[in-house]
Design a protein around this ligand. Sequence first.
Ligand code: SAH
Length: 246
Amino acid sequence: MRIDVFSIFPEMLTGFFGQSLLGRAQRGDLVDLRAHDLREHTSDVHRSVDDSPFGGGAGMVLSPEPIFRSVESAQPPRPLYLLGPGGRRFDQSVAEELAASPGFSMICGRYEGVDQRVRDHLCDGELSIGDFVLNGGEVAALAIVEAVVRLVPGVMGNIESAADESFTSGLLEYPQYTRPAVFRDWAVPDVLRSGDHGRIARWRRAQAIARTLRDRPDLIVARRGVSDAERAMLDEFGLVAAEPHD
Ligand code: SAH
């Protein structure tokens, strides 16, 4: 999989790309992450990448020329997404969709945003990481790269760990514990130390459902409620199966 990102601050991206799981995935040839510097494709002596908005108003807008030239010279994998608060909302299902593709690319805006002609004539779509405004697209690109790359087969050590996680099953994850068994008088639930794997699996499922009912009832509504078998698991561990409400 190849992912290209275009930015006026490429070092913000390359530092992150080289660390931890992303760094390992690249060294193992599982992904090819490329950060492109829009400033390399400026044509004036000041290497300017922005200009003031036509029609007036505060701030600066990224100019089309360096972005078009940079994309045309890199020939990045498509689809090419513009990052922006007005885009399609990125979530785990979009991450899964992108992880199944051979590659995609992103353009990071800055300042007031990007000349509209980039959106209209260069990009294939727009992605947002949530209803808030960042100073630039770099943090959004990093969030998307991280969420997508960890789903690429072979990237995470234990392939099981992706399947069990929050959202993948339509539920939040169950609580996790590690040693010590008692920390500052707080003991790990007995069931996890019982060695009874069937009971542990039912407890985890029951905890995931109870936690999702409490913290994200919208996810329970989206999966059409709680089944009879799941209700029995909640009963087994004395957890309440409150009906979700919005
Ligand atoms: N004036 C714009 C915001 C510009 S913020 C507006 O009102 O919509 C500067 C840049 O940060 C944007 O061009 C975009 O690339 C990035 N950005 C800001 N918020 C974002 C978000 N929620 N998701 C993805 N990118 C975002």
